[in-house]
Design a protein around this ligand. Sequence first.
Ligand code: HAX
Length: 439
Amino acid sequence: MDSLKNKFAEKALPAGTELKQLIKDHGNMQLGSYTLESVYAGMKGMIGLITETSLLDAEEGIRFRGYSIPELRQLLPKVPGGTEPMPEGIFYLMLIGEIPTYEDAHNISNNWARRSIVPKHVFDVLDALPKNTHPMTQFTTAIMALQTESVFAQAYRNGINKKDYWDPMYEDVMNMIARLPRVAAYIYRRTYKNNEHIEPDPKLDWAANYAHMLGFDNLIFYKLMRLYLTIHSDHEGGNVSAHTTHLVGSALSDPYLCFAAAMNGLAGPLHGLANQEVIRWVQHMREELGGGLPSKEQIAEFIKKTLAAGQVVPGYGHAVLRKTDPRFTAQQDFAKTYMPNDELVNIVWRVYEVAPPILEGTGKIKNPWPNVDAHSGALLVHFGLTESDYYTVMFGVSRALGVMASLLWDRALGLPIERPKSVTIDWLKKKISAATPSN
Ligand code: HAX
């Protein structure tokens, strides 16, 4: 270790232990309207944001503008002959607050198709990256390359009245969402399909066109993409990708800058990258056990081994939810209809039977139930989309719908720059000692 690194470890590691002890002994101390414990624990449960698009209930799961996922699977418009909602519909709902008609959703499809041309330099930037660059790194790089097109950045430079910010922001949001499937499909095809690209089909809706450009022209896969891109779109305002969008946007950064930052958060294994990690974890288990459908006992052993190694069981747990994620249930429902005998899907279901009591038994994991990421990979593998490093990009394409609708609301509401107060450990110690009666 170099001397600076050594010095840092000497200082910071004991400080971590000391801070944990402070929280244990004085966690109930009030800091403003909150306790020290809640400040330390990642501000969970603190109301600190106003987000219109969706609201999360710990027991029930997410509601988009008041509607649960099962309700939205019924109520949102579908393509003719379709069975799953169009993501265009949930975008309309999040932005406007009303259930759209089919015509409303179809108009958005056409609007995005018209805006979907990706400037050539974005592909050139991607082509300059080594092929083995992680797809999420390629994705954020491409979003940054798209930023040359920002209408808001140009309008700000030209001097725009703050009351009008939302207007050029709207143009950026619509242009970016329109272009993401092409960019995301390009990343997939250059990384895994020998750089053989597939032209968009403007007659298809947004989700089916993305599936088409990925190379999966299968009607059931189209349905899966509509469901997938709908349910991953939003999870109220405090999750890392949504909060990042809001925070960066509060500095009046344009939508491309905000979304690239958000995607760097989504690329973390405790957030969106968990969908990749779940499939890697299941495959690792299968390899160790010599393939096939593992027994419940074997799965239990593997979970215990993961915990004993100080690692997380990916796809389980949540910062807010305290029940099975309804986004998991929606995907399970889809799988029961279209692929009930798929082996990987059955492993996911068996893990669901085995994992919760073991996780609960640790006594510290607050939510032992599966989240959205526990199921999504197995559905994609079923159709031959096996490259798990790519999965978070698909999540990101969907997440754009929610966080960009929220960003437009932020600017329309004129929300101010975000700037919470931070304090040092030394400040905390002084506060604690002032509040502790001397004896
Ligand atoms: N496996 C093992 N340990 C877990 C765990 C899991 N699935 N979930 C929580 N824990 C541990 C935490 O690491 C923490 O341990 P320490 O006290 O040693 O630090 C302890 O249990 C308490 O954590 P918690 O309060 O229950 O959970 P947090 O709010 O801190 O974290 C996470 C929530 C989602 C990050 C966590 O449950 C986790 O790491 N899960 C696995 C990764 C995952 O699936 N992430 C995706 C979440 C959904 C999402 O954002 N999708 O994009």
